[in-house]
Design a protein around this ligand. Structure first.
Ligand code: ME8
Length: 531
């Protein structure tokens, strides 16, 4: 039975073009989506754009366009970049679409009816760049400047509608502490719990947005606050009879640390409030909110649109042209800021990781083994008369690889992507050390040794086959090419079953058939010469 699995990214503001930060979050969600498909899960992966921000309308005005025209242009740029990077999202959110606007109107109407949304007056410090009110103590601590872009906060007051966050804050804390909704990494969870304990009701509407946004259902002069509109995307896009099971399976939301507050406080509280409304009893909480850190420039500054120091689509494209798409995926997923520390994006590190992990390890090992099979066994999987003891004869490949496969699954369950990729690489390293120790290329000089050589190469190829399955979510193009060369039809099997793979079955030891054709072909990852 395949399990539903739902993974999302933030929806990105369309005031400007996409950059590396956006590509990063969507890329790691894509790796996770691919891993779950490989396992045979029924995956729904959602990404997209957030259009109703005031800064989108401002940018449009600067460019003499309507907000919708400006949003159309940049939404297309996001879509294009994600398509080019072969992201496997199942839908693409645009909050200006009717299907979203209708649902959000219904959700807010239900909350008005239940009394969890009410009318009031709000005054506070506003960060225009982040479209967010900053609490008094935080505003003071940052000397009334934006923590993100350093611009002065503005004092704003307005009549609007409020959501009863205070009423739900203890329930949200309990959901986080009890593990119903996991907030990761742990260090960030404590910050949120402390802030939640003090949480007050929050405004969820704005006046004077010039009509750019979704009107309050009962008061069209007010617009639903862009953050409320945006958070609901996770639900609105799968609120259909066929897609509902994805929501109910418990969403995994990937975001960065700047927007954790909205996701770990207001979002679950609104879901709790909605669940009490007639017709919404099926609404549960997300299973996981994962907030990663930032990509920063080599000088340590956050990469952002407002700072103008990001890797833009052109720069990203240049990396893909030079190193290949797999290399970009691999680098972002294994060296990115998934934990609590920021990662500096350095071209030198990129090239170093490419050479060490992809060219010199996976790519090189595949070439070595398939080359020798070509040379000594006419390009066919040899008969393997022996066992699968590893050099030194204390352990079997089959046992060691099974253990790696289990660790790989644990790593993926805890979203430790870098460790998960390294399980695949560790297997490749076992292959390399086997070749170094056993030296089949020397043994092969003596025809009487050929059965032994066949046995060694069989064990090596079988190990690489299994490593390539574990590595597939990270470097799918190279793995699929390798599968083609060694006669494994996993890609075709996945295609035929709606993307679902059979990880557990495929990683079982001993599936290569003697006589099966093995081709070497060109290097999977040609070594990069530093210019
Ligand atoms: O916040 N490093 O949109 P946004 C890593 N529309 N990730 C980065 C990054 C960096 N330097 N810069 C951006 C919004 N990101 C709202 C979200 S969700 C209901 C609404 C990524 O365009 C990261 O995922 O400012 C971050 O959370 C997101 O882009 C913010 O994108």
């Amino acid at each position: 039975m395949s399990e539903p699995f739902y993974v999302t990214t933030p929806i990105y503001y369309v005031n400007d073009k996409p950059h590396l930060g956006h590509v990063y979050t969507t890329m790691i969600a894509d790796v996770v989506a691919r891993y779950h498909r490989l396992r045979g899960d029924d995956v729904f992966f959602l990404t997209g754009v957030d259009e109703h921000a005031a800064k989108v309308a401002d940018k449009a005005a600067e460019n003499n366009l309507s907000p919708q025209q400006w949003a159309d242009r940049n939404a297309a740029a996001f879509r294009e970049v994600f398509e080019k990077l072969e992201m496997t999202n199942d839908d693409f959110v645009r909050t200006s679409e009717d299907r979203h606007k209708q649902k959000v109107t219904e959700y807010v109407a239900a909350l008005l009816k239940s009394g969890d949304v009410y009318q009031g007056e709000y005054e506070g410090w506003y960060d225009a760049g982040q479209e967010e009110y900053v609490p008094e103590n935080k505003a003071k601590a940052s000397e009334y400047k934006s923590e993100v872009n350093g611009k002065p906060l503005v004092r704003k007051s307005e009549k609007n509608y409020f959501f009863k966050l205070e009423k739900y804050r203890d329930q949200v804390i309990r959901a986080i502490e009890g593990g119903e909704m996991v907030v990761k990494p742990d260090a960030r969870r404590n910050e949120i719990i402390n802030r939640l304990a003090e949480a007050k009701d929050v405004p969820i509407s704005r006046s004077g947005s010039g009509g750019w946004g979704i009107p309050m259902p009962n008061d069209p002069k007010q617009t639903i606050y862009v953050w409320i509109d945006a958070l609901f995307n996770y639900l609105s896009y799968i609120d259909t009879p066929e897609r509902k099971p994805y929501w109910q399976s418990g969403a995994t939301h990937f975001i960065a640390k700047d927007i954790l507050w909205f996701h770990a406080s207001i979002w679950p509280a609104m879901l709790m409030a909605l669940r009490k409304c007639p017709g919404y009893e099926w609404v549960n909480l997300p299973r996981m909110i994962y907030s990663h850190s930032y990509w920063v420039s080599e000088t340590g500054q956050k990469m952002s649109k407002s700072l103008g120091n990001f890797l833009d689509p052109q720069a990203i494209d240049n990396y893909v042209k030079e190193f290949g798409l797999d290399a970009l995926r691999y680098f972002l997923a294994t060296r990115g800021p998934l934990g609590t520390t920021d990662s500096a994006f350095s071209p030198d590190l990129f090239a170093e990781v490419y050479n060490s992990d992809l060219a010199n390890t996976f790519g090189n090992s595949c070439s070595r083994v398939t080359n020798m099979i070509g040379k000594y066994f006419e390009g066919k999987v040899p008969e393997s008369p022996g066992d699968n003891w590893m050099p030194g004869k204390s352990q079997r490949f089959s046992d060691v690889l099974r253990a790696y496969g289990n660790l790989y699954k644990e790593d993926n369950a805890s979203l430790n992507l870098s460790s998960s990729a390294h399980r695949g690489l560790e297997i490749v390293r076992l292959v390399d050390s086997t070749i170094d120790i056993e030296a089949p290329f020397k043994l092969a000089k003596e025809p009487a040794n050929l059965p032994r050589v066949g046995n060694i190469l069989c064990n090596c190829l079988e190990s690489l086959r299994i490593a390539s399955i574990l590595l597939w979510p990270f470097i799918p193009d190279a793995c699929e090419l390798f599968w083609e060369r060694i006669g494994c039809d996993y890609a075709a099997q996945m295609k035929a079953s709606d993307g679902k793979g059979k990880l557990d079955e495929w990683v079982k030891w001993g599936q290569l058939k003697p006589g099966q054709r093995v081709e070497t072909g060109t290097a999977l990852f040609p070594r990069y010469q530093v210019k």
